[in-house]
Design a protein around this ligand. Structure first.
Ligand code: ZN
Length: 305
């Protein structure tokens, strides 16, 4: 299985257009300790020809142009065979609207995420230009084989695992939350028994997470915030990490402690918010992450499993 990081920043990207925090200012001043990042998404392939995207970020067009394996081969065509969403946050699905030029798209979501996208959402009808344009396919607890819009198998299966999270902002007050609103995506390459675990958003630990980590050959994990009060301390807002359903890395109950305890090769941090001090190479926080055997994902990074 080939895994390519299309983007590794949290919503807003790095730098974020309306942010002058020390990290964002560092990127703009070309400080070599910082590297710009687009919003988080992975591309996965079993055969290197047909690709499954995990999340469709608002930066998707830039990400495709930066990734030659995702370029069309001839005429009107795309190697992007399917797209899976970990939740319905706009940061993870706005890119779908950029893929509306009539190429058929297969979209894998839980039923809850699909309903959140399709109900009262007139914009999404731009993906219904012709009868076989967008096909939504349901994922849940049982693995399903991933196929292209024309039903060609990719040699990959997809499974969703409910993860503590929250409703997308635009659905608050519109409907009840479900445990299937926010999921981890498990991608398996059956023939080679390789497993990728993608968890770009997680509010806190839960029963079964340690097993999921142990079973995966490669993990991309939520690293939105270093600390609970990061935005408040930097004078950038009143929201705590827990208010935004992101589990901070630091502290005795932080995710870094768990990831360090289940240490294994192939552990990457993604969905990194622009305020997170791990983005500064050489910072104490970046060093702590490296000591725990973790790599901060960079756009364009490729992993072979
Ligand atoms: Zn910033």
């Amino acid at each position: 299985m080939r895994v390519r990081v299309l983007g590794s920043a949290a919503g807003g990207g790095f730098p974020q257009w309306n942010c002058a925090c020390p990290n964002c200012a560092g990127v703009r001043s070309q400080d070599p300790a910082f590297e710009a990042r687009t919003q988080d998404s992975l591309a996965v392939s079993g055969d290197g020809e047909r690709w499954l995207l995990l999340n469709a970020s608002p930066d998707i067009l830039r990400q495709i142009e930066a990734t030659p394996v995702l370029w069309p081969r001839s005429g009107r065509q795309t190697p992007i065979a399917a797209i899976a969403l970990s939740n319905g946050d706009l940061d993870h699905c706005l890119g779908l609207l950029n893929l509306r030029e009539a190429e058929p798209v297969a979209i894998y979501t839980t039923a809850s995420v699909r309903d959140g996208l399709r109900t009262h959402n007139a914009f999404l009808r731009t993906l219904e230009r012709h009868e076989h344009h967008a096909s939504f396919r349901e994922i849940g607890a049982a693995p399903v084989a991933v196929t292209s819009p024309s039903q060609q198998a990719l040699g990959l299966t997809l499974q969703a695992v409910p993860v503590p999270g929250k409703l997308p902002i635009h659905l608050r007050g519109q409907r009840q939350a479900s445990e299937w609103d926010n999921v981890a995506l498990v991608v398996r390459e059956a023939t080679r028994d390789r497993t990728l675990l993608y968890v770009p958003g997680i509010a806190h630990d839960f029963d079964g997470l340690a097993d999921l980590l142990d079973e995966a050959d490669c993990v991309f994990f939520d690293a939105t915030f270093w600390s609970e009060h990061e935005l408040i301390e930097q004078g950038l807002g009143q929201a705590r990490a827990c208010d935004m359903a992101h589990w901070p890395l630091s502290g005795p109950a932080g995710s870094l402690a768990l990831l360090n305890a289940r240490r294994k090769d192939g552990r990457f941090l993604t969905h990194v918010n622009n305020t997170n001090p791990i983005l500064r190479r050489g910072s104490p926080e970046h060093t702590a992450v490296e000591r725990a055997g973790l790599v901060v994902a960079r756009d364009g990074l490729e992993v072979l499993l």
